[in-house]
Ligand binder design. Structure first.
Ligand code: SF4
Length: 208
């Protein structure tokens, strides 16, 4: 089942039985980014906060393991799945190995997801923890920074256990969710998900 088919099949939530959504804490305005900010504002995610048909559960895996503020970190030698498989590492720009701390954080995030019986996770893309579509391949601060297709460690952990994860840039998928939580929302069919944008297709040489 595709992510969009899964979202379409979700129940219609009510005030009494809201949709249970796990979100990267920074997407809800929590100042848990590596620099003590919320990593910017994303209206596509903040919109969920204004509905009583949604129960938002927030978690910041990096803050859980490393505190805030902290160093930035990225995955070296693979994706979040590879970190979980033991073939890639999470390193900071100063060379600290945060691999085990990130795996521990992903296990805690998985527990949060299970304990709250979440129905969907909306997570911050490009993060070594929360990324779901695109992450950096190595140090994002290097002069020749490179992107790769893949998930961060926590998104990979959630998917490994069959939770659906989308990002704040998956605008077409979010449209489906908006229509679920708001009976008055008319789906905008012009919206597309992150993997459908021109930058993604050009950068990763995806043929139409
Ligand atoms: S680890 Fe996730 S929740 Fe925490 S600041 Fe980074 S992207 Fe946001």
């Amino acid at each position: 089942m595709t992510d969009k088919d899964y979202l379409k099949a979700l129940r219609i939530p009510t005030k009494e039985k809201p949709l249970r959504v796990l979100m990267s804490a920074c997407l809800t305005g929590v100042l848990c980014g590596y620099d003590g900010t919320a990593n910017g504002e994303y209206p596509s995610a903040l919109k969920f906060l204004s509905y009583d048909t949604v129960k938002i559960i927030t978690f910041c895996p990096e803050e859980y393991s490393f505190g805030s503020p902290r160093e930035m970190c990225d995955i070296h030698g693979g994706t979040g799945d590879d970190v979980l498989n033991g073939t890639a590492k999470v390193l900071t720009p100063t060379g600290k190995d945060w691999t085990q701390g990130m795996i521990t954080a992903s296990e805690k995030m998985l527990k949060v997801a299970k304990d709250n019986e979440i129905e969907i996770a909306i997570m911050m893309d490009t993060s070594a923890a929360c990324g779901s579509q695109v992450i950096y391949d190595g140090d994002r601060f290097s002069a020749d920074k490179v992107y790769q297709i893949g998930a961060g460690v926590c998104a990979a952990q959630l998917r490994k256990h069959h939770f659906k994860v989308i990002s704040q840039r998956d605008y077409a998928s979010l449209e489906i969710l908006y229509a679920k939580i708001d009976a008055n929302h008319k789906i905008d069919d012009s919206k597309i998900d992150h993997h459908e944008i021109e930058w993604y297709k050009t950068y990763f040489k995806i043929k139409n």
